[in-house]
Design a protein around this ligand. Structure first.
Ligand SMILES: [Zn+2]
Ligand SMILES: [Zn+2]
Length: 243
């Protein structure tokens, strides 16, 4: 409890201590943006806008020719219908997501959630959605970190789109190794059986928006989507901050 309280206090201080500098390059912030990135880093972040792969949400599609063969997903089997993302993980967006997750800068979830909500609205996802499900983290990791970053982002999307968040139906039942250093094959076997639907009735027949902070190879959301589908969900969509 003490550790968590200290962590919370530190987070609050961090958020107050750096209000006016760019999270990526520490230049003073001049814009009215909610996201703490300077103009240069906003450009560098390479926001996908509406130019993204209609299948996996990667901001790699620059012309209709590329639409047919997205380099990030053409050889992947995905269990969801469509995805959206804000920007590539490799750029400043990666730093924003890591600051939220590992430095506990929770306030960052708000602009991320609001920006995702705006894209979902622009791309006409909203009329199809019934419920938002954040990708769960294992309770042990949640206890250590004090929060689930995907859930924070999901809550802000939900607030804008006026949708319920269901954080109980999908559970992470296995504490998996960090995915970062594993190959795609290793990632997939690492994730096998990591998630389980606890309340299939809450999911059955409903269109679900699955929310995560990052999608790299798509293994985690694909595995979650598989479980959600097994529970009889309708359409499954995905929203991630970084792709
Ligand atoms: Zn900057
Ligand atoms: Zn794609």
């Amino acid at each position: 409890m003490i550790v968590r309280a200290t962590k919370k206090a530190l987070t609050a201080i961090l958020d107050i201590a750096y209000p006016g500098v760019c999270l990526s390059c520490e230049a003073p912030l001049e814009g009215p943006w909610e996201l703490p990135l300077c103009g240069t880093c906003m450009v560098k972040a390479d926001f996908a806008g509406d130019m993204m792969c209609p299948r996996c949400g990667a901001g790699v599609v620059r012309d209709p020719e590329e639409m047919r063969m997205c380099p990030k997903c053409h050889n992947l089997k995905l269990n969801f219908r469509r995805a959206v993302s804000l920007a590539p993980y490799e750029g400043p967006m990666g730093e924003v997501v890591r600051a939220l997750k590992f430095l506990g800068r929770r306030a960052l979830a708000k602009p991320l959630g609001r920006m995702l909500a705006a894209i979902l609205r622009r791309q006409d996802f909203t009329q199809h959605l019934d419920v938002i499900v954040p990708v769960p983290i294992h309770w042990r990791r949640r206890f250590k970190r004090g929060f689930n970053q995907s859930e924070l982002i999901a809550r802000h999307i939900a607030r804008v789109l006026d949708l319920p968040v269901d954080r109980d139906s999908l559970r992470r039942i296995r504490h998996t190794r960090p995915q970062t250093r594993l190959s795609r094959g290793e990632r997939l076997s690492n994730l096998k059986g990591a998630f389980r639907i606890r309340r299939p009735d809450a999911i059955k027949g409903r269109n679900v928006l699955l929310v995560d902070d990052v999608m790299t190879t798509g293994g985690t959301v694909t595995e979650c989507a598989r479980e959600i589908r097994k529970a009889g969900a309708g359409q499954i969509f995905v929203a991630v901050a970084a792709r």
